[in-house]
Ligand binder design. Structure first.
Ligand code: MD3
Ligand code: FE
Length: 212
C-alpha cells in the first residue's frame, strides 16, 4: 500500500518506485492522435534495422528537432530523416506543453523535449529489454504516452535479468522515467490481438526526450 506525498497532493499521480511516475488517463487522446496522424502523413512508420542487421519489429517515426534512427551505422539521433531527406515534423505546442507540465509536477522543471519517437505495435509484436542510452543528458527524464490497444510494460531494473515488474498501460496514460530509473532496462510484452476505437488493432507509444 502506497501512501506517500503524491497520493496526498496529487491523487492522479502514482510513484511506482523512485523516479517512475504514472499518470493514469492523463492526456487528451484525440490531440495526441492528431499529431501522430499528421506526422505519419509526412514521414510514415518504417522498420529500421539494428547495427547488427536485425529488423526492429516495432515500426517508428519521429517529431521534433531530431529523430531516433538506427541502421548498420549505429543507433543515433538524426536532424534530417535519412529516408525522405526532410526535417521531422515539429512537436505541436499543445502536445509539448502537456508533457512539460507533467514533468514539472514530479520535479523535472526545465524539461523541454527536442525529440518525440513514435512507436507502432501490431498484434504479436514485442519490444525486447533495453536501456535508452543514445541521449546526451541522463539527468533529463523520458516521458511516455500510450494510445490505442493496451500493453504490458515491463521494468527490469539495472540488470536485464533482474526481477520484472509488469505495468499495464492503457490509452491516455502518461509515464515519466527520471533519476535512478532513467537507466533501467525496460520492454513491452507481445501485443495481444485486441481492438480500440482510436487505433483499431494497434498500440501507439510516444516517447518524449531531450536527446541533444
Ligand atoms: C524506462 N518504448 O521507445 S515507453 C522506447 O512503450 C521504449 O513503446 C516503450 O522503450 C513503448 O525506447 C516504453 C516507456 C519508457 C521510455 C523510456 C525509458 C520507459 C523507460 C527510459 C528509461 C527507463
Ligand atoms: Fe526504451
Amino acid at each position: 500500500m502506497q501512501n506517500d506525498l503524491f497520493s496526498t497532493i496529487a491523487p492522479e499521480i502514482e510513484e511506482l518506485f523512485p523516479g517512475v511516475f504514472l499518470f493514469r488517463s492523463y492526456v487528451n487522446e484525440q490531440d495526441f492522435m492528431e499529431a501522430v496522424i499528421s506526422t505519419t502523413k509526412k514521414i510514415p512508420f518504417r522498420h529500421m534495422v539494428t547495427p547488427g542487421g536485425k529488423k526492429i519489429n516495432v515500426s517508428g517515426t519521429s517529431m521534433g528537432d531530431c529523430g531516433w534512427y538506427s541502421d548498420r551505422r549505429g543507433y543515433r539521433y538524426e536532424r534530417i530523416d535519412p529516408i525522405t531527406g526532410n526535417n521531422w515534423p515539429k512537436i505541436p505546442k499543445n502536445i509539448s506543453s502537456v508533457v512539460s507540465n507533467a514533468a514539472k509536477k514530479v520535479g523535472f522543471g526545465g524539461f523541454i523535449p527536442d525529440s518525440c519517437f513514435i512507436n507502432c505495435y501490431k498484434p504479436g509484436v514485442a519490444l525486447t529489454a533495453h536501456i535508452d542510452q543514445d541521449e546526451v543528458d541522463f539527468s533529463q527524464p523520458i516521458v511516455s504516452v500510450s494510445l490505442g490497444v493496451s500493453a504490458i510494460f515491463q521494468i527490469f531494473g539495472e540488470k536485464r535479468n533482474g526481477k520484472v515488474i509488469n505495468i499495464p498501460l492503457h490509452s491516455g496514460d502518461l509515464l515519466i522515467f527520471g533519476g535512478p530509473a532513467r537507466k533501467f532496462y525496460h520492454g513491452v510484452k507481445k501485443l495481444k490481438d485486441q481492438t480500440h476505437p482510436l487505433t483499431n488493432n494497434l498500440r501507439i507509444n510516444l516517447t518524449f526526450r531531450r536527446a541533444l
